[in-house]
Design a protein around this ligand. Sequence first.
Ligand code: ATP
Ligand code: MG
Length: 244
Amino acid sequence: MGVKQGIIEAEGLVKQFGDVIAVDNISLSVGEGELYGLLGPNGSGKTTMIKVLTGQIRPTAGSATVLGINVKKDPVGVRERVGIIPEQETPPSFLTATEYLDFVGEVRYIPDVLKKADWWFDFLDFNDKRDVLCKDLSRGTRQKLMFTQAFIHRPALALIDEPLINFDPIMQRKVKDYLTGYVKHGNTIFISTHILEIAEEICSGFAILHKGKLLHTGTVAELKGRNEHLDEFFLSLVEKGPHG
Ligand SMILES: Nc1ncnc2c1ncn2[C@@H]1O[C@H](COP(=O)(O)OP(=O)(O)OP(=O)(O)O)[C@@H](O)[C@H]1O
Ligand SMILES: [Mg+2]
């Protein structure tokens, strides 16, 4: 019973690294079926926020639940349930693409993982790279593999740090369509991105961080209703800064 909980609920999250407050008292809420964009300049705390929400690092203060799981109390539970594509992470260099997905299936108990992988090799057009060692894959192909591992178990929530940055325009189109289709089935996606046109095109809600602080949360529909563009809105807000 009680109030319907969001898929992500963050309350006063703080993450401090020495003197640097990377995430400074952030509260936000992401509802089911949203494709939510976390925006902000370099170093504003996006990656840190994603790491805290996925139980990869422990917050200095505050709390968060993800899919109803407390990230401080059960970080492993969170990591098991969600799909994650971390910033700059690549698959292990000494495995082939197929071996990597087989390994992912084993550690996450995904039935028929290689059958599922077939669909992904076709969909993301890298059938010819199945048996190539990850260290010999191009950056974009490695990203295809990271994409596959994040979605292969069809998680109710996926968190992706810059989903499209390594993809060519054809792949970007395909992945954008996949993401928007994915949330239509009631799943939720949380992305960080610098590419504001993409956020404007595919996101429902968004948050803007600046120097660890939350400057704004809103929806793309609201902006469109005011005839505003996300890039101009973003720039004017960030230029004013956290205290402006
Ligand atoms: N492990 C760490 N140790 C010390 N400082 C860190 C660590 N991780 C992040 N920071 C600092 O925290 C701040 C936020 O970094 P973060 O990587 O979250 O930013 P970001 O918004 O993802 O940036 P970008 O857009 O460049 O990816 C930066 O000042 C960064 O230097
Ligand atoms: Mg980052």
